[in-house]
Design a protein around this ligand. Sequence first.
Ligand SMILES: [Zn+2]
Length: 449
Amino acid sequence: MRGSCNQLGKVGLLCAAAALAYTPIAVGQARPLAGADVPKIYERLLKQIDQIPLYDNHSHATFPDDSDMDAQATPPDESPVLRLRDTNPEFVAGAKFLFGYPYDDFKPEHAKWLIDKKKAVEAAGGTAYWDGILDKLNVETCLANRVALAPYLDPKRFHWVFFVDSFLFPLDNRDETGKNPDMGVYIPLQEKVLHRYMKQENLSSLPPDLAEYEAFVRKTVEDNKKKGGVAMKFEAAYFRSLYFSDPPRDKAAAIYSRFYSGGVPSEEEYRTFQDYIFRVLIDEAGKENLSVHFHSAVGIGDYFSMRNGNPLNLENVLRDPRYSKVNFVLLHGGYPYTLDAIWLTAAKNVYIDSSLISDYVYPSELKNILKQWISLYPERIMYGSDAFPFNDTVGAEETMWLAARSTRTALAAALAELVSEGAFNEDKAVELARMYLHDNAAKLYGEKP
Ligand SMILES: [Zn+2]
């Protein structure tokens, strides 16, 4: 091997220098450092990226006083990250962009201007207001993750993602509720959603055996699809581990029969029952051609378990050949486990979105995450806003703006660096941007790009 370029030392260095001297840069190997042309490429790409209509894979588009916005609520003692505090001055910029807000802060006497405006459009009714917000942000389609679709959301633009965790909590939940103050808030709300589904399906009490309970679960999913549902969503990471075992049906049936009318199941019994019902839901999603969404990032509240919420817990489900026809979507890209999450998308039926990450971190950091994702599986990544109202002033409108603006700029920066480093050219960069911002989601939900 003497004299080979693979050999370390002086000879190798000489070979490398010779290769650089004779290889035209445009078709050479990608370089580890971006060049001085990054700002110019960024400006050119951003102009094109701004023209791409967004397909928002995850939002809670809502007025702040609408309790159907989510199946759970903010826990009693939340510690929001710096950028997601309502004191973030970026939200003022959002209000200026969307509404021409005339002040530079949200002092109560100023914020009143904005609150009055929003209350007036809510009172006026109709779907034009939220369609207008999408138009201002160049969002074509937006998935609305809600307990029920709202009359003020235009079903042509807003597609419904419904919650299914409540089916995991039909038994006596006192042990679950008592685990910590967050569960004390979450679990009663799950019970409420379950009762709402029971009412929808004309059930006044829980059915007496597992077969009938399963039929109720499947029928609710079927009916929610008929109402316009495009995906089911699990917030399970807030309540338990995302690791779901595969228990035999008899075991689950025995637990259900013993406890459906009373008595508190042990932790192990409840898990076994839940793991079985979880698989019924996944099976039904496959039959109904519904995507399955998971909250897959660190969540709010002081008791959120990062270990239990780690998306790698889902590996046995995502890699199960029985579910190869079910499309899974890891919302929030598994943050902070974003690298683990992108590798989970190596399976053709697994997708991730960048919702919430674009609000947790500033665009400079989102840029780094997107560089990695785009370099690995660009067909599996999607845009999402996780738009959500904080209060009457900072609404889902402003958070939707924050996510859209942060994502477009971070994406332009990520692609500009990759182009400058010699990974691909600007045409390819725009093609990749289109896939991430719109086409991958449009394809997944069966719409023509
Ligand atoms: Zn969300």
